[in-house]
Design a protein around this ligand. Structure first.
Ligand SMILES: *[C@@H]1O[C@H](CO)[C@@H](O)[C@H](O)[C@H]1NC(C)=O
Ligand SMILES: *[C@@H]1O[C@H](CO)[C@@H](O)[C@H](O)[C@H]1NC(C)=O
Ligand SMILES: *[C@@H]1O[C@H](CO)[C@@H](O)[C@H](O)[C@H]1NC(C)=O
Ligand SMILES: *[C@@H]1O[C@H](CO)[C@@H](O)[C@H](O)[C@H]1NC(C)=O
Ligand SMILES: *[C@@H]1O[C@H](CO)[C@@H](O)[C@H](O)[C@H]1NC(C)=O
Length: 372
């Protein structure tokens, strides 16, 4: 394996968009808005769902902000999310989420009134009812382009969906895609080339490729709705704020995120001028409100997060990682008492409470877009 140990296969980021497509046509006896999946039957041959019943499905593509266990356990150093202290809030043990608890996928599913879809990697253990809700293909470290590790890029994740979908049955489904691209393409470019400006040079390439994949989800993969996140202010992640002693954000990285977001918005506007198929899930605005607002970073005790730029779980060494242990099993990181008072969990990822706060800002928009 190759790998870049210092950068968790999880760094996040990117955005994207796209759109188009002819929304929702009634097919084959399915109510308008449902799509007829292939035909039939499960292993037992028993038909499980009534013919015209429309199922809500959520299919997720993306990176560690959305991963719920797809990056397998390849050892502590490479896959931190399977080791303490990850998962301590939920599910109270490390289980593959890059957080102390729930991540974006969980909150989007909840906005839809659904349970979190099964992780692709856990599909063999899933019940048929669980499989009927869609699946999560997102994997920590993935990008739109290849990111130098072993993770499936977005296009390869969509290939998996198509392969599974072809063999699936049931009558009608209302399929929603969630696409979460949080910046791994840029983190990789910055590592490989020379810093943030080199990463910024990749924006047109990343957005163009993302646009192609979004279009594919709408046109070819038959998603009824496609929800796409934009890029959070990357310069405020602890990986950037630590060298500044957690006193501020990196302006160049934030300018890059803004540039990516502008490109993404314009792609969407071109592809779906009436906002029928694609919804831009704006995570940038709520992140910025928490992270760039001085009130949140100052010292008074009365704010939602005690700390926004310093993570709850902080490695001793700048190039160490949350969860690191020495050869004797001694922790090489400090852990805060209450992750609920911190926005960031580790050097790149949010706490459950941060995601919950961000999700409150988009819940109504997601619900209403998907209920049309
Ligand atoms: C995505 O991954 C697939 C399979 O590894 C590869 O063929 C393809 O070139 C990758 N796409 C991009 C844009 O890097
Ligand atoms: C890398 O960037 C630094 C400052 O950003 C610059 O001084 C240096 O010349 C660059 N090196 C290369 C190989 O581009
Ligand atoms: C951060 O703090 C260290 C130690 O207090 C100091 O040496 C360093 O100059 C500070 N760096 C910045 C960017 O403020
Ligand atoms: C579509 O959404 C964008 C961004 O949210 C918004 O600026 C635009 O006005 C919307 N267009 C229509 C026709 O509602
Ligand atoms: C680990 O424990 C051994 C034996 O007690 C000790 O010699 C060694 O220095 C320890 N290593 C570290 C990194 O503390």
């Amino acid at each position: 394996m190759d790998h870049r140990r210092s950068r968790p296969p999880s760094a996040a980021p990117a955005g994207a968009l796209l759109l188009m497509l002819s929304p929702a046509t009634a097919v084959d006896g399915c109510p308008a808005g449902g799509e007829r999946a292939s035909k039939q039957q499960g292993r037992s041959g028993r038909r499980h769902h009534r013919r015209h019943e429309v199922e809500e499905q959520l299919w997720v593509f993306g990176d560690s902000y959305a991963d719920t266990g797809n990056l397998g356990n390849l050892g502590r150093e490479l896959t931190h999310a399977w080791y303490d202290p990850y998962g301590k809030t939920f599910p109270r043990r490390p289980a593959g989420r890059f957080s102390d608890g729930r991540v974006l996928t969980d909150f989007v599913a909840s906005a839809l009134g659904m349970r979190t879809p099964v992780a692709y990697k856990a599909r063999w253990r899933a019940s048929r009812e669980a499989l009927a809700r869609g699946m999560n293909f997102a994997v920590g470290g993935a990008g739109v382009l290849d990111t130098g590790n072993f993770q499936r890029n977005i296009s390869a994740q969509i290939d998996l969906f198509q392969a599974i979908h072809r063999t699936q049955q049931r009558g009608c489904a209302k399929r929603t895609a969630l696409v979460v691209v949080s910046g791994n393409d840029y983190a990789y470019a910055a590592d490989k080339d020379n810093g943030t400006s080199a990463a910024i040079a990749y924006i047109p390439t990343v957005v163009r490729e993302l646009r192609g994949q979004l279009r594919r989800l709408g046109d070819e993969a038959g998603m009824r709705r496609v929800v796409v996140t934009n890029l959070h202010p990357m310069g405020c992640t602890p990986v950037f704020t630590r060298p500044l002693n957690y006193t501020g954000c990196d302006p160049l990285a934030n300018a890059g995120a803004a540039q990516h977001n502008a490109a993404l918005s314009s792609v969407l506007a071109t592809l779906d001028p009436n906002n029928r198929t694609f919804l831009l899930l704006d995570v940038h605005t709520p992140f910025a409100a928490f992270l760039l607002n001085d009130d949140n970073n100052g010292g008074n005790g009365n704010k939602k997060f005690k700390s926004t730029l310093r993570p709850c779980c902080e490695s001793f060494r700048p190039d160490g990682y949350c969860g690191e242990e020495d050869e004797n099993g001694t922790r090489q990181y400090t852990l805060c008492d209450d992750p609920g008072r911190y926005f960031y969990w580790d050097d790149v990822h949010q706490t459950q409470l941060a995601w919950a706060a961000v999700a409150r800002t988009f819940r109504a928009a997601v619900k209403s877009f998907l209920s049309i």
